[in-house]
Design a protein around this ligand. Structure first.
Ligand SMILES: Cc1cc2nc3c(=O)[nH]c(=O)nc-3n(C[C@H](O)[C@H](O)[C@H](O)COP(=O)(O)OP(=O)(O)OC[C@H]3O[C@@H](n4cnc5c(N)ncnc54)[C@H](O)[C@@H]3O)c2cc1C
Length: 417
């Protein structure tokens, strides 16, 4: 058999990697990942759902208000909605932080429903937010010929539809099934085919707009803190969540500076950063303690759990307009359609394209790096090397030039050449 020809520059690069790893280890006991061509396994691109006014978790009644009304009861609260109307809870627009914020967002979205239902859920939830879409005050009920019912515990007849099967849909469905609801997921694409399954896995408010609205800001802060604390509780549970160090350059902190004060351990300044490349340039930076979510592992866990709980998955269902949504049988809906949420008239939602290069997994890589818009994160089945943030780009055609820039910029930053 003809031996594979190995280019001289490839050999030189591998030698540089080996030396970098060696010297890195001897000086700082840090392992530096090798980005050689041989270890590359593919490229992938995805569109982040970026909302100009930040991610949204809110309640809406879907369906025009008219004189023909239905009374629906959710727990012990009665709602008057137009005939065929539905209670819709939005949870979308997380940009580049949807994976990290999925648990807190799901909990807040489910809280919107639980607060309405006025349920005692045994302290698992700590409802902070009171929302009251079309809540009917008790006195008016008699006029309507309706009596406020006695508080009831949950029953299995409470059927809920979750629209979307990305991380936000799976996380909402996960919490709802824990509470005893019967959940059906409707989505065009299976979770393994969504942008969620492409995410790098860093917990940070990266590429997500901060909101100017005070009330929304409080919600966002709550979601970030709650997500972080829930993730920490789940770390070590074998579902792909691990506390992890993140080294950043001075000028690009992956959004970490936006996290609520005191949430993560104090940041350290490093002078210089401990990689051969940064040392040779005497480049300062920061060391954060944050969390890495091993994306496929985490999503697979959520999905398997939902299958075990008997959640029905209607994959391949595309909603073309609101009427398609109105046609499904459930009256309580959660919207986790990501970019698909433009369906409900949210026009400040845009794609931000991201490109990634995947490498063979590196089991010795136990930290993450982020510099400018580039990064390297370890996962169990691969090493994720990114990235790019291209606003308004909708297509997913491979961009070879961009992928090469991703590799080169990461290599030079880490190795110096
Ligand atoms: C390159 C890249 C790297 C990233 N890295 C990170 C990271 O490190 N950390 C992090 O936290 N986040 C990261 N993200 C962001 C993260 O992936 C998203 O914020 C998150 O996946 C959004 O999840 P979602 O469930 O809201 O939407 P999606 O995953 O897009 O899911 C939407 C679901 O709705 C369905 N749907 C949409 N429209 C319709 C319709 N009309 N009819 C029927 N179904 C529909 C889809 O089929 C899908 O099932 C990254 C994203 C990219 C692209």
């Amino acid at each position: 058999m003809k031996p594979r020809s190995v280019h001289y520059s490839t050999l030189l690069f591998i030698a540089t990697c080996v030396l970098s790893i060696y010297f890195g280890k001897s000086a700082e006991a840090i392992h530096v990942p090798c980005l050689s061509k041989e270890n590359m396994i593919g490229t992938v691109s995805g569109l982040r759902p970026y909302k100009d006014s930040g991610f949204l978790i809110s309640t809406q009644i879907l369906g025009k208000q008219n004189k023909t009304t239905d009374i629906i009861r959710i727990g012990n609260v009665l709602y008057r909605i137009s005939k065929g109307g539905k209670l819709l809870i939005h949870n979308f627009g997380h940009g580049g932080s949807g994976l990290g914020f999925s648990l807190g967002s799901a909990e807040l979205a489910v809280n919107h429903l639980l607060v309405e239902m006025n349920l005692n859920v045994g302290g698992y939830f700590d409802p902070l937010f009171k929302v009251n879409p079309l809540g009917i005050p008790g006195d008016n009920l008699k006029e309507l010929g309706v009596h406020r019912s006695i508080p009831q515990s949950l029953n299995s007849a409470s059927q809920i539809a979750v629209l979307g099967a990305g991380v936000n849909g799976l996380a909402v469905a996960y919490l709802l099934t824990k509470l005893g609801f019967t959940v059906t997921i409707y989505a065009e694409k299976h979770y393994s085919d969504t942008v969620s399954n492409k995410a790098g896995g860093l917990f940070s408010p990266c590429c997500v707009q901060e909101t100017k609205d005070l009330w929304e800001h409080q919600k966002h802060t709550w979601v970030q803190s709650r997500s972080y604390n829930l993730l920490l509780e789940l770390a070590g549970a074998g579902i792909g969540i691990s506390p992890m160090r993140l080294y950043t350059a001075l000028e690009s902190l992956a959004g970490m500076e936006q996290l609520p004060k005191g949430l993560i351990p104090p940041v350290k300044t490093l002078n210089p950063l401990p990689f051969p490349g940064t040392k040779s340039r005497n480049e300062k930076g920061y060391l954060f303690e944050t969390i890495l979510i091993d994306t496929p592992h985490y999503l697979n866990h959520l999905h398997s759990n939902l299958i075990e709980q008997g959640v029905e998955m209607n994959i391949g269902q595309q909603f073309r307009d609101i009427q398609d949504v109105m046609d499904i049988k459930e009256k309580i809906l959660f919207n986790t359609l990501g970019l698909g949420s433009t369906l409900f008239g949210f026009n400040d939602l845009h794609p931000v394209r991201g490109d990634l290069v995947h490498y063979k997994p590196d089991p010795d890589l136990t930290y993450m790096v982020f510099h400018k818009d580039k990064y390297v994160f370890p996962q169990k089945d691969k090493m994720v090397v990114g990235g790019s943030f291209k606003m308004y780009v909708r297509h997913l055609e491979p961009d070879h030039k961009k992928n090469q820039a991703i590799i080169d910029e990461n290599r030079i930053w880490l190795h110096g050449k």
